[in-house]
Write a protein that binds this ligand. Structure first.
Ligand code: HEC
Length: 129
């Protein structure tokens, strides 16, 4: 009898601990680190073979006058708003499935954003110097 309730308790904690939200760091390591580097400094193993160096993603905030350029980062990852001269090396991740849509509210306006795109952007914001 006692053994059973321990198993039940374990099953319950296992359920509670299962993460639902996509993990930004993991997504970054899986999809971006090969070019941008594990430290996001732009020196991944692919950097040697690319004509245009992957950007240092830890200096975005500094380069954008101290404010992390959330919209720019999201649209760059997504592939929506890239300038014509932007390197063709970086995949347009918006073409794939970036997870369920969540609503992000900014200045009272709600914008639907795929959950993985949001997680990646938040991860990058967390690694700014
Ligand atoms: C195949 C290599 C490659 C992969 C994979 C890649 N990138 Fe890039 N990325 C680049 C290159 C090259 C540039 C610079 C492009 C340019 O300026 O023309 C860049 C630029 C960027 C920029 C713009 C930075 C700036 O300073 O303007 C962001 C943001 C970015 N990448 C995020 C990501 C994220 C997040 C991922 C993973 C989801 C990713 N990249 C995956 C090669 C890659």
């Amino acid at each position: 009898m006692k053994k059973l309730s321990i198993i039940a308790a374990l099953a319950l904690t296992a359920c509670v601990e299962t993460p639902d939200a996509p993990e930004g760091k993991q997504l970054y390591m899986d999809n971006c680190a090969s070019c941008h580097g594990f430290d996001a400094k732009g020196t991944g193993e692919m950097a040697d073979v690319l004509i245009k160096m992957p950007a240092d993603l830890t200096t975005l905030k500094a380069r954008y006058k101290g404010e992390f350029p959330t919209d720019y980062v999201m649209s760059t990852i997504d592939g929506l708003k890239r300038k014509p001269h932007f390197s063709g090396a970086m995949p347009e991740f918006g073409a794939g499935d970036m997870g369920d849509t969540v609503i992000v509210e900014k200045d009272g306006i709600g914008t639907p954003v795929p959950a993985e795109l949001l997680a990646l952007t938040e991860y990058l914001e967390s690694v700014q110097e």
